[in-house]
Design a protein around this ligand. Structure first.
Ligand code: 5GP
Ligand code: MN
Length: 324
C-alpha cells in the first residue's frame, strides 16, 4: 500500500478501527488520527474506534470522539482496520471482528506481526504506527486535530525521538505535523513526562528495590499486587517503569515483572543496543519490538524471574539474541 486512498476510496461503508489491549500513546494516537482523517476526508464512510479505557494523560485524544469499549449487539462492519496490533490475541475490545469482517487491514510497525489481515501494511523500521499512518496519508489533508493525535503517537513510541527506531523520516513526519500548528510542547510535557503521584510512587518503589546482574548489564525490577496496594498504585500506574530501569548506566537490558492477576505475571523487556528482546519474549509466547517487548508468564513474580532472568543472562553473555 502506498496511500490510504487504496483502502478508503469507493462507496460509503461502515469501518471499525481497533487497537491493542492496554492501549498506549501510539495505539490511541493511530486510531484517533485515522478516525479523524476518515471523517474529514471520506465523509461517505461511517467510522468507529474500539479501544479499552484510556488513561488520564491521553484522554485529550479520545474525549468527545465516540470511542467504543464494546461492539453493540447487531452492529456490523464492512471493513476492519487494526492499528498497532501485532497478533490476533492482542486486539483490545473486539477480537471477534477479525473473523466476522470480510475486509480486514492491518497497519503496524511490530516486527513480530506475521500479517493477520487480508491487507497487511507493516513497516518494522518505523518508530510508531502513527508514523506509518502519517506516511500513508496525504499531508495536505491532515487536520490539526489529526496531526495532534499522530504526533502524540510518534512522541510516545519513540520516547520523544530518542529510541533507535527514530529516523530522519520520523523527524520529517513530526515536522510536517508540527507545521499544522499543534501544541507540541504541551503534548510532550503533559502526556509523556508528567506523572501522577501514584505513578511516581510506583516508580520510586521499583527503582529502590531494583537489582543488577550479568555484571551490570541487566536491571531487574518487580512489584506484586500486594505491594501495589500498599503504596496506592494500580496497573495503569506502571507504564514507563521498564524504560526507567533501562536508563541505569551500564545496562544493556531491563526486565520489569509485575503481577497482573493471581498467578499471572507480565514482563516488560527493554534493551539499548543489541539484545533482541522481541525474539526472547517470543520464546515465552509474547512479542513486540527488537528494543521493547513483553510477555506474560504464569506463577508468582519470583517464579517468573527464575524462569526468565537466566535466559536473559544467557543471551547477554552470548552478546545478544540475533538482532535485526
Ligand atoms: P510493554 O512492555 O510496554 O507492555 O510492551 C512493549 C512492547 O511489547 C509493545 O510494543 C507491545 O505491543 C509488545 N508486547 C508487550 N506484551 C506483549 C505480549 O504479551 N505479546 C506480544 N505479542 N507483544 C507484547
Ligand atoms: Mn506502537
Amino acid at each position: 500500500m502506498h496511500n490510504l486512498s487504496e483502502i478508503l476510496s469507493g462507496p460509503g461503508r461502515s469501518i471499525a478501527i481497533a487497537g491493542h489491549v492496554h492501549p498506549d500513546g501510539d495505539c490511541i494516537g493511530s486510531c484517533v488520527g485515522l478516525l479523524l482523517y476518515i471523517e474529514e476526508n471520506y465523509p461517505q464512510h461511517r467510522a468507529a474506534v474500539f479501544l479499552e479505557e484510556t488513561k488520564g494523560a491521553l484522554l485529550f485524544l479520545t474525549e468527545g470522539r465516540g470511542i467504543r469499549s464494546a461492539v453493540p449487539e447487531g452492529m456490523q462492519f464492512d471493513q476492519l482496520i487494526l492499528c498497532d496490533v501485532s497478533s490476533p490475541d492482542r486486539i483490545g475490545v473486539c477480537p471477534e471482528l477479525l473473523a466476522a469482517v470480510e475486509d480486514t487491514v492491518s497497519i503496524d510497525h511490530h516486527i513480530s506481526n506475521p500479517g493477520i489481515c487480508r491487507i497487511n501494511h507493516i513497516e518494522p523500521e518505523a518508530s510508531s504506527c502513527s508514523e506509518v499512518l502519517a506516511g500513508l496519508m496525504d499531508a495536505e489533508r491532515i487536520s490539526p486535530e489529526a496531526a495532534e493525535a499522530l504526533y502524540t503517537g510518534i512522541v510516545h513510541d519513540s520516547g520523544v525521538f530518542q529510541y533507535g527506531s527514530t529516523s530522519p523520516r520520523t523527524m520529517r513526519t513530526a515536522a510536517m505535523l508540527m507545521e499544522k500548528g499543534i501544541p507540541f510542547s504541551r503534548i510532550i510535557q503533559e502526556s509523556f513526562f508528567a506523572r501522577s503521584f501514584a505513578e511516581s510512587r510506583a516508580l520510586g518503589f521499583v527503582l529502590s528495590r531494583a537489582e543488577l546482574s550479568g555484571g551490570g548489564l541487566l536491571a531487574v525490577g518487580s512489584i506484586t499486587a500486594a505491594e501495589m496496594q500498599e503504596i496506592g498504585a494500580g496497573l495503569p500506574d506502571l507504564d514507563g517503569i521498564a524504560a526507567q530501569l533501562r536508563l541505569i548506566r551500564g545496562t544493556e537490558a531491563a526486565a520489569f515483572f509485575y503481577e497482573t492477576a493471581p498467578g499471572s505475571v507480565k514482563v516488560s523487556l527493554r534493551s539499548t543496543n543489541y539484545l533482541n528482546v522481541s525474539e526472547l519474549a517470543g520464546r515465552f509466547g509474547g512479542g513486540g519490538h527488537v528494543r521493547a517487548a513483553g510477555c506474560t508468564l504464569s506463577g508468582t513474580v519470583e517464579e517468573a524471574k527464575a524462569a526468565l532472568v537466566p535466559v536473559l543472562l544467557d543471551a547477554l553473555s552470548e552478546g545478544g539474541a540475533p538482532a535485526l
